[in-house]
Ligand binder design. Structure first.
Ligand SMILES: Nc1nc2c(ncn2[C@@H]2O[C@H](COP(=O)(O)OP(=O)(O)OP(=O)(O)O)[C@@H](O)[C@H]2O)c(=O)[nH]1
Ligand SMILES: [Mg+2]
Length: 303
């Protein structure tokens, strides 16, 4: 299917129905979706990733941030990614309920996407879907993903600014996950600051950030109580501040190179999965001699 210019124009104009339909095309890799992406004029709006462990308050924070951004009369797109099982509608439903009051607001577009397994594939999808949103007249795009831990989405490179949301109880875990977290966090949020030990935890986090030695940006550690909308203006300010930095040419090129690498890898690996490899290997083993390198070459040559 060839995407018609009407579809592309409507995305550029911000037509919600066309955007929704196009995201579904991309999500399901319906024929013609690559042509659609290639035809879009993708702009340069900030993409802000909000990530953190399950239940940290990411959706509540997105909700509060949305209210704050609407104060400035911005057009906001929100992508909520649920990498858990497709049967876990609880989280999505929860998001819907909380964000419900904004569904009718013409400045807001909210989309949930669930995954059907492959986590690696998910981050590629998020890149493609945020690009559909970036072709529409939104001023800012917020992407919520569950991260940190087992179901970690490859968040690096997805967002211009990545906000990592933690809760005071994360104190013990922080040691084990700190390496990866430090890499991806542009802003740390200690949410549920209404709970005990939040300030203490934030202080430890600050020490950890400092011990790393900042380069051009020292990752701030902010306290929020998302459900009470507390600490949100400061968060917005830091996001905007970081985004100004992220807009420089070098960083932009770096981010694009990460995205390009992921998308090329996705295309190269298309149709290949572990199960298929396992099946083929079993079959060949049953026939006798097996040379791993000859086997692998076959797949390398295929592309
Ligand atoms: N006490 C307190 N509770 C909060 C705060 N922020 C969120 N919560 C509660 O924590 C629970 C989880 O909040 P969510 O916003 O759904 O968290 P999430 O990180 O989006 O959760 P998943 O998407 O399921 O991973 C809800 O019951 C919220 O009401 C906060 O600042 N203080
Ligand atoms: Mg959520």
């Amino acid at each position: 299917m060839q995407p018609n210019s009407d579809t592309i124009n409507k995305i550029h104009q911000g037509d919600r129905k066309t955007i929704a339909r196009s995201i579904s095309l991309v999500e399901n890799e319906v024929d013609g979706y690559r042509e659609l992406l290639r035809g879009l004029t993708i702009k340069d709006q900030p993409v802000v990733g909000i990530t953190g462990p399950p239940g940290a308050g990411k959706s509540s924070l997105v909700n509060a941030l949305l209210a704050e951004l609407l104060e400035d009369d911005l057009n906001v797109a929100i992508l909520a990614v649920d990498p858990s099982s497709p049967f876990n509608f609880g989280a999505l439903l929860g998001d819907r309920i909380r964000l419900n009051q904004y569904y009718e607001d013409p400045r807001v577009y909210i989309r949930s996407i669930a995954t059907r397994g492959a986590l690696g594939g998910l981050s590629d999808k998020i890149i493609e879907i945020t690009d559909v949103l970036k072709a529409a007249p939104f001023d800012i795009i917020l992407v919520e993903t569950v991260g940190v831990g087992q179901s970690e989405v490859e968040i690096a490179g997805l967002a211009d600014t990545t906000v990592v949301v933690l809760v005071p109880e994360a104190g013990d875990e922080i040691q084990t996950m700190k390496a990866g977290l430090m890499e991806i966090a542009d802003v740390f949020v200690v949410n549920k600051a209404d709970r005990d030990k939040a300030e203490n935890f934030a202080q430890n986090l600050r020490l950890m950030v400092m011990s790393r030695g900042a380069k051009d940006w020292e990752t701030p550690v902010l306290l929020t109580t998302a459900t009470l909308f507390e600490g949100i203006p400061a968060l917005k300010a830091k996001i905007i501040e970081h985004n100004r930095l992220a807009a420089d040419g070098i960083r932009k090129a770096q981010l694009l190179s990460i995205k390009a690498w992921k998308l090329i890898r996705k295309e190269r690996m298309a149709g290949l999965d572990r199960q298929l490899l396992l099946n083929e290997i079993k079959m060949q083993l049953s026939k006798g001699a097996f040379n791993l390198h000859a086997f692998v070459q076959k797949f390398i040559d295929r592309k």
